[in-house]
Structure formats: C-alpha cells, structure tokens
Design a protein around this ligand. Sequence first.
Ligand SMILES: [Ca+2]
Length: 347
Amino acid sequence: MNLKLTLAPLLLAALTTLTQAAPDSAGSPPTFADDPAVIAFARDIEARHGFKADELIGLFAQSSPNATVIKLIQPATSPLQRSWERYRSRFLNERRIDGGVAFWQENAGHLAKASVLYGVPEEIIVAIIGVETEYGRNTGGFRVFEALSTLAFNYPRRAEFFRTELEQFLLLTRENNLDPMAVKGSFAGAIGIPQFMPGSQRRYAVDFDGDQRVDLGNSVDDAIGSVARFLEQHGWQAGQAIAARATTEGTPDAELIQAGIRPSLKVADLAGKGVTAAADPQASVALIDLVSPEYETEYWLGFENFYVITRYNRSSFYAMSVFQLAEEIRSRMCAATAENRARYCRA
Ligand SMILES: [Ca+2]
C-alpha cells in the first residue's frame, strides 16, 4: 500500500478543518452564524414555525461549535473494549442503590401514583432517574443550544437527527417562555432530571405536580410522571416480565443475537437451540449477550418491556443496568422494615 497516497486525503481533510476553524479576518472565532447551512436552517424555521430568522441568527452569532461535544458523541473506539462488568459497576454500586432507596422514600406518593396511572413499576422509574442523573444530581452543564447546534451542523453522521432536535428545542423554549441560551443539559442536548431530548419532552412529558407547567429541570414529580408516561407510550406491558437469565449449551448461534434487541424469538424455539430460561414457552423474546473481556458472556432473555427500556437509550447494557438496579432497590425497600415488607415485597 502506498502510504503517501493513503495519507494525502487525510492531511487535506485536516488542513481543510483547520482552515474552517481558523479565526476570521477580524480575529474572532467563527460562530454558527458564519455557516450557510445554519442560515438556511434559520430561514426554514422561520417559514415553518413563524420564528424571526434574524433573531435566530442573532442567537447563532453568539455561539460557536463545541469541540468537547464532538469528542463525547463519538461511539466507543472498539467493540472489543465493550465490557458489561465495567458498565455495570458504574450503576450497580452502593451509592446508586442507597440513593435509589432514599429517592423512593422521599417520593413514595408520586411514584405510587405514576405506577398506578401508567402501569410501570416504581423501581423502574427510580432506576431510570438513577442511571440518567443519579436522582437529579448530575443533569449536565452544557448549553443545550450550543450542544445541539454543534451536533446539527458539525457532526454530519447524525446531522438530520440533531437538526430535528434543535428545531424541537426552539419550539420547547418558545412554548415554555425559556431563554434558549440559558438551558443546560448533557453534551447530547438531553435535559433535566430524566434527561429527555427536546422532542421527547414535547411529546411525552407531563405536569405531574399540578402547577400547570412541565419543568423537568426542577420538579422531581414532573420527572417521575414523565418517565412513566414515556415508557407507557412506548408500549410498556403492565405486570409483565422484563428479563430472565438464560442458560446456554455452549455458545448460542450468532444469528440468535443478530436477530436484535426487539423480541422476535419464541422461548420454545430457543430451548430447541440450547438456550433455556424460566419463561412462558410462547413468549416472544430477544437473546441478549452481555460481554466482558475477562469474564464469560452472560446470556439473558429480554421481553417486550426490556425493549421498551431501550427506547430510552438504545443499548442492552443500559436496559440491563436499569433492570438490575431496579431489582436491587426494590429488594432493599422490601427488607428495610416490617411495615415495608407488606408494602414493597413482591407476592
Ligand atoms: Ca409541573
């Protein structure tokens, strides 16, 4: 292979990037408003939603692409480095479990109400908020406008998705009378205690404390109701199983894993292929593999409700962490006092 020829386009690309990132003739760094695609976006939003393009461009002129956002959005460098053990230990630890028990005790009334209304167990709502922001402690310090604009215009791979979310964010801030420049969130633009993307907030969030406004940044009750409604709207099946540990004879066929995270396999058919679990033979499931470099791979059956959790975050590691954290928090609640046994232990 001719190294020079291979490197030339890379160098050229690097130089082009540098040229684009260089200060303009006035010496100030480029803002989003210097990008013709941003101007076109502002005009489009004006035409479709009645914003004033000049005011939007004024916002874009106060903000610049954020290199940290681009760095953080990159997928894991190698699938070989994926480790369930490492991922799990971030969430299945005493701090996160104790925090969940405390959160449940403090918010028992609204959790019970959301659980009855939407059919989602309290511990799943608690665990999602625990995994997302450690019960509201870490809601993110990025300016959402800057993060979404960076991903919409400087990250081609997912530009379409993030332009839609930026549009949703502008609508959300207008509807709620918020200053778009003041809202903080994650590097990916997720907002508040449950880390909803702007589009999800507009579609699924609810006012659950009755003050006539949805405030996912400050209202724990709104966060609780909104997480439960998100899951319900994505097809949560009340009272149904989430996941079951599977026993395998040797390594399961790769095609069973490749069938994906959406349940498409019958429990009975899996049994015929050496994958067994305590589950209804007629149930539809996905086969989940939890890989860690230094450990044997764990296999689980994921039911429809497991898939619904992945609508929140498209990852089997994520959904399994939520499920296991939820189970642990439920069992601590149940064991805490004699009174709790009647109230929180499962029949
Ligand atoms: Ca509210």
